[in-house]
Design a protein around this ligand. Structure first.
Ligand code: ADP
Length: 368
């Protein structure tokens, strides 16, 4: 199986905005960000990515459905149905696509919507396919309209409709394509246009991982990296990983660095905790920005409800970063709730950040 990455128009690495009020290094920000935004982290990930469905930990329902789809497609000697995977970054969408290619014995070409800016980007990719190949398009909700429209007949009838010439002399030619599978990945299934969404035969959501699953992932990665770790050491890292394998692996690497510098051989619970506290990742996996967002809602907005714009303005964070990177985990884990009037912190947040629990009546009085 070959992995190919389209490097046309690579998106510039996302920059995290500098805080003005409190000093913070970018290092801490990227540590808990579920996005993979450097080439170095991409290469590192390739080494530890599971290669077979059996090594892919967790996501039982998804694995069951895909196992069946693979068996059926192989029996019919057809390519797999087009597949849409949605869910927060770092949960294993790219990994699953590569595993599917390996299981089907075909190549997987990896690209992302921002790299498919011009029509020739997608047409070039499609005409280079061999029968059964998989194209993985990350952030598929960001495709531009022209590219999306080229994909419709390609996905449905394995046909590329290209227009040659301009104005009245323009002609449309159809080029047959080999049968292929498109795997689309998105963090926002709702942002996909319905004609595109309807062309996927399988639509599956990836969930945040449970503690026991993440512990297995940490132990597996530690073995690949030749790092000795105790069971409780692995649990400690898993607990702070925000339900996300990419973060678990990244935290493990940083803890390993710490242990190495300290000249200790095995990662224990205590060492892991000390290292992660040093990196400002707290016992529940919240980092500096999470705490800034939650503290701001409590201190400046009486615990909410408050709109995203106001939170962004008060914290100096980018609105999209809050919405896409920080908020999903805070919502999923009951630190934030979202109502039509805005975001509100919960009793759990008050407890976690060491505030006195908020009485509903007291809050009411304060308002008046
Ligand atoms: P996504 O495409 O959803 O952003 P990736 O597929 O790139 O996420 O996964 C990020 C990293 O997490 C990979 O390097 C891989 O090693 C690890 N990973 C993801 N899912 C699993 C899993 N189910 N089991 C083991 N490791 C996983």
């Amino acid at each position: 199986m070959a992995i190919k990455r389209s490097s046309d128009n690579p998106e510039p690495p996302k920059q995290t905005r500098k805080k003005t009020s409190i000093k913070q290094s970018n290092y801490e920000v990227t540590l808990l960000s579920p996005q993979a935004n450097t080439q170095e982290s991409e290469q590192n990930e390739d080494k530890i990515r599971p290669q077979k469905l059996a090594d892919y930990i967790g996501q039982k329902k998804l694995k069951g459905i895909l196992q069946m789809a693979i068996a059926a497609a192989k029996e019919r000697e057809d390519p797999l149905d087009h597949l849409l995977l949605y869910g927060p970054p770092g949960l294993g969408k790219t990994t699953m696509s590569l595993i599917l290619a390996a299981e089907m014995g075909v190549d997987c070409k990896i690209t992302s919507a921002p790299a498919l800016e011009r029509p020739r980007d997608i047409t070039g990719l499609l005409v280079s396919l061999k029968p059964g190949d998989i194209i993985f398009i990350d952030e598929i909700h960001r495709l531009n309209r022209m590219t999306e429209e080229l994909l419709y007949p390609a996905m449905e009838d394995f046909r590329l409709d290209v227009t040659i010439g301009k104005g009245q002399t323009a002609k449309t030619r159809s080029i047959p394509l080999p049968p292929f599978t498109l795997v689309g990945a998105t963090t926002k299934a709702g942002a996909l246009s319905s004609p595109l969404r309807d062309r996927f035969g399988i639509i599956q959501r990836l969930r945040f991982y449970e503690l026991d699953e993440l512990t297995l992932i940490v132990k597996r990665t530690a073995e690949i990296l030749n790092a000795a770790i105790t069971e409780t050491g692995a649990i400690e890292i898993a607990r702070r990983s925000r339900g996300t394998p990419r973060i678990a692996n990244r935290l493990l690497r940083r803890v390993r660095d710490y242990v190495q510098v300290e000249r200790v051989e095995t990662i224990t619970e205590e060492l892991a905790a000390t290292a992660m506290n040093l990196f400002d990742v707290d016992a529940q996996g919240l980092d500096w920005t999470d705490r800034l967002v939650l503290n701001t809602i409590i201190e400046q907005f009486h615990g909410g409800p408050v709109g995203l714009e106001a939170i962004a303005a008060a914290t100096g964070e980018d609105r999209k970063t809050i919405e896409e990177v920080y908020e999903p985990y805070l919502l999923q884990n009951g630190y934030l709730s979202r109502t039509h009037r805005g975001r509100t912190v919960t009793a759990k947040t008050y407890r976690h950040l060491g505030y006195a629990p908020q009485e509903p009546e007291a809050k009411q009085t304060e308002l008046w």
